[in-house]
Write a protein that binds this ligand. Structure first.
Ligand code: NAD
Length: 445
């Protein structure tokens, strides 16, 4: 089946590549000429394990093509996916301009029946507006006879394991207005659920809300644990022990119960905001989510304060080694990474840094600049001449470091661990001052 994927970012590129991998004929379209040129040569603009191999293989077998020409992409494609960004507006609502712009362009160009499927995360009612834009544009062209259907299929992939998530999904949600469109989409996605049918068909508004609800639930678990971690420190409890105690309850489960420095990335922060905003517009306060957002907003400051407290609020002349910059491991994505707020807060107090991230260094430079950060090529190199270490992203590489070597390289054996990667008892026994999240007894804050 021929597919046109509009928007070749994290979602569009992974979706397009995986659809090609199982045999569909895919055209990926993007307005970013540089990105398209790179992709045409088999070079991948993002870090995503396993993606390069799939793109190269399908490019060489002509099942995957990249273009800036929408007309070329649309021609003969039955399915047209919209996978462009929906960044937050200043008031927290989702900016839908990219989505609506694409819908208008499809309406201006299409020449035959299309199923227009939105994959971007959008508020309830957006797919219906897309339908309106398509109808209006076709009517302006005086070609209202051209038939189309709309659908909404949210994307649940996680950056860092996107290929695995897409190829073996927990579920595929298909939101349609009629059975015919649902049947077409079921056929398109059938190869991904051959072992077990995990396709859930529902109405478009339910599908639109499902995506926000899933992200909001995951964000809620994170903020819940972060708030509990703060309380743990006041009462001498250990959040890691609490986590395993509560997570082993099968009604709760162990996923997404890690305390840390707050959620980031291009999805959770913006999706929680957008859901709060769109519910409010309908007169519905989502007070739980407002609290989730508030806790997340202050979690980085709470962690920075631990560092400031340790140095009596004076970081002038202090240099910190930083391990990890991306918003989570296995990705180079720096969007809304907690490292941005934490490092800039510490820099405001005079701190400078030597930082290392296994894959996000180039993106980090674009976000953080190099005014107060030196970028190093190895995690031990960062420690040279530094007063202490701040661990911000839990890359596996940082899990079992050479602690003796670390101690000999740091000026003072102090570790601030924003991801609870180490055993406090082991570190304390080795003479480290180890400050982590929800495990530091008798902290004044
Ligand atoms: P992205 O910023 O990585 O990619 C968006 C792409 O769309 C860019 O390459 C941009 O150049 C392109 N684009 C913009 N306008 C265009 C146009 N008129 N025509 C063609 N291309 C155009 O974004 P992303 O992370 O892939 O996210 C896309 C959507 O998917 C968002 O709504 C996001 O919330 C949602 N989503 C993202 C993830 C994730 O992990 N990144 C997961 C699930 C859902």
């Amino acid at each position: 089946m021929r597919v046109c994927m509009i928007g070749t970012g994290y979602v569009g590129l992974v979706t397009g590549a995986c659809l090609a991998e199982i045999g569909h004929d895919v055209w990926c379209v993007d307005v970013d000429e540089k990105k398209i040129q790179m992709l045409q040569q088999g070079n991948i603009p993002i870090y995503e394990p396993g993606l390069e191999e799939i793109v190269k293989r399908n490019l060489s077998q002509n099942r995957l093509r990249f273009t800036t020409n929408l007309e070329e992409g649309l021609e003969n494609s039955l399915f047209v996916f919209i996978a462009v960004g929906t960044p937050p507006n200043g008031d927290g609502s989702a900016d839908l301009n990219f989505v609506f712009d694409v819908a208008e362009k499809i309406g201006q160009i299409m020449k035959s029946y299309k199923i227009v499927v939105t994959k971007s995360t959008v508020p309830v009612g957006t797919t219906s507006k897309i339908k309106g834009i398509l109808s209006e544009t076709l009517s302006n062209r005086k070609e209202s006879f051209l038939d189309f259907d709309v659908a909404f299929c949210p994307e649940f992939l996680k950056e860092g394991s996107a290929i695995e998530d897409f190829m073996k999904p927990d579920r595929i949600v298909i939101g349609t207005e009629n059975a015919r469109t649902a049947e077409f989409l079921k056929e398109l996605f059938a190869p991904f659920v051959m072992k077990e049918n995990r396709i859930l068909c529902m109405s478009i508004p339910s599908a639109e809300l499902t995506k926000y609800a899933a992200n909001a639930m995951l964000a809620t678990r994170i903020s819940f644990m972060n708030e509990l971690a703060r309380y743990c420190e006041k009462v001498g409890a250990d959040i890691e022990e609490v986590r395993s105690g509560m997570g082993s309850d099968s009604r709760i489960g162990s996923a997404f119960l890690y305390a840390g420095i707050g959620y980031g990335g291009s999805c959770f922060p913006k999706d929680v905001k957008a859901l709060i905003h769109s519910a409010k517009a309908k007169g519905q306060d989502l007070s739980i989510l407002q609290a989730v957002e508030e806790t997340n907003k202050t979690q980085g400051d709470w962690f920075s304060k631990k560092i400031l407290d340790h140095f009596n609020n004076d970081l002038v002349g202090r240099k910190f080694a930083v391990w990890g910059l991306s918003f989570k491991p296995h990705t180079d994505d720096m969007r809304e990474a907690p490292s941005i707020t934490i490092l800039s807060a510490l820099a405001d107090h005079g701190a400078t840094f030597r930082a290392f991230d296994p894959v996000a260094m180039d993106n980090a430079r674009a976000f953080l600049g190099d005014r107060y950060i030196e970028y190093c090529s190895d995690c031990y190199e960062t420690l040279e001449g530094c007063d202490s270490l701040v661990l911000l992203t839990e890359w596996p590489l940082f899990r079992r470091p050479d602690l003796d070597r670390m101690k000999s390289l740091l000026k003072e054996p102090v570790i601030f661990d924003g991801r609870n990667q180490y055993n406090p008892k082991v570190l304390q026994k080795m003479g480290f001052i180890y400050i982590s999240v929800g495990r530091d007894i008798n902290q004044p804050n």
